[in-house]
Design a protein around this ligand. Sequence first.
Ligand SMILES: Cc1cc2nc3c(=O)[nH]c(=O)nc-3n(C[C@H](O)[C@H](O)[C@H](O)COP(=O)(O)OP(=O)(O)OC[C@H]3O[C@@H](n4cnc5c(N)ncnc54)[C@H](O)[C@@H]3O)c2cc1C
Length: 390
Amino acid sequence: MQIVILGAGYAGLRAAIDLDHLLRERKRTDTVILVDQFPYHQLVQVLHHTVASNAPVQDAIYDLAALLRTSGVRFVQGRASRLALHERQVELEDGQRLAYDRLVITLGAETAYQVPGAQAHTLDLRTYEHALRLRAHLIAQFTAAAKTTDPNEQRILLTTAIVGGSYTGCQLAGELAAWVDDLCRETGAPRTQVRIALIERGHLLLQEFGSWATREAERALDALGVSVYLDTAVESVEPQTLRVEGKRVLRAATLVWAAGVKGPDLLRESGLPVDATGHVRTDRYLRVLENPLIFAAGDCAAIPDLVEGQVPATASYAMRQGSHLAETLLAEIEGRSIRTYEPVRLGGLVSLGPEYAVGNPLGVPVSGYPAVLMKKGIESWYRSTLTVKA
Ligand SMILES: Cc1cc2nc3c(=O)[nH]c(=O)nc-3n(C[C@H](O)[C@H](O)[C@H](O)COP(=O)(O)OP(=O)(O)OC[C@H]3O[C@@H](n4cnc5c(N)ncnc54)[C@H](O)[C@@H]3O)c2cc1C
């Protein structure tokens, strides 16, 4: 059989590594092809460190060819542009076509820009490239602020507005607030003019964790100097300008959009069943509805869950779905029946700067430095899984 896995993120890479291991254990010679637009696996969970810390920027990526060198997985770098469902082929932007017997879609999510001007005038943070661009942009604004004596211009150059108070927005705001002292020292920008605003349309930050986490997050971000605006909906974006309800205006040279996600357009365009936000709909086996040869997992998928309605989109779920798919694909190859996917609820942790985190690992609310240590431990554990077993 030929298995094609699209996307080498948390779900896709895990599926590829685990399936390869299972096949080699059984001395099977089925082909596993892993496709990604980038030559590296990105640790999306640490991209806010890449943007705004002195950690080596390369910490967030792993070279896929090197990682898979001793495996039987064939890595193809390319951007999937079309799924030819009737021909059972995937088309890449460079014209390559990959035939499949089973297809796995683990392409992650894309940023959804819900208001006019947001796409054109904001930066986002979903990939390593985005992180490098945002870092370079911030350094350029701070450097420019050091060169001007006009206080109004300085203030705009040194203001960052982040729209969206979930994982991405909170973690970026916290990390950036802790980094600006170093950035001001290095660039000569005046520290007193620096402003960081975190803007959330709803009345809770980190709403997936509940109101206690909101209070913790607000307190921690406030201590770092971040101004949090809840119940504040951005209506439109212009260059260096956010217009919020009531026609108030916020001027900022750095605007970051972290306020919504959608499934990749490719899925809808290829005729797969998608929900209102473009996520591909699966059954509880992670099989795409009406497409028995195609499976999907991670942030691009809408997976039904008896408890929460839909399985949450986080790295921990994505990775475990990848492992589940490896077992499923082996069963398909061996002609056995497949098992339903049962989400394991491990909770989550969100960093708010380098010295504070909040979350509910295994359902237990934790905050402060112990939560930071837990988060670091999980990250180290994840890094340790990025190896191919002999
Ligand atoms: C800044 C940030 C911080 C986060 N922090 C946390 C956290 O602390 N904890 C947590 O649990 N979750 C966190 N998340 C969410 C978590 O990162 C996602 O849930 C997780 O990445 C989903 O894994 P995935 O495999 O579905 O997608 P991804 O990891 O996004 O992987 C998708 C892959 O598909 C590739 N791809 C996309 N389109 C194409 C194409 N057309 N052709 C070829 N390849 C393509 C991409 O290059 C990528 O490698 C965070 C997200 C962000 C943005």
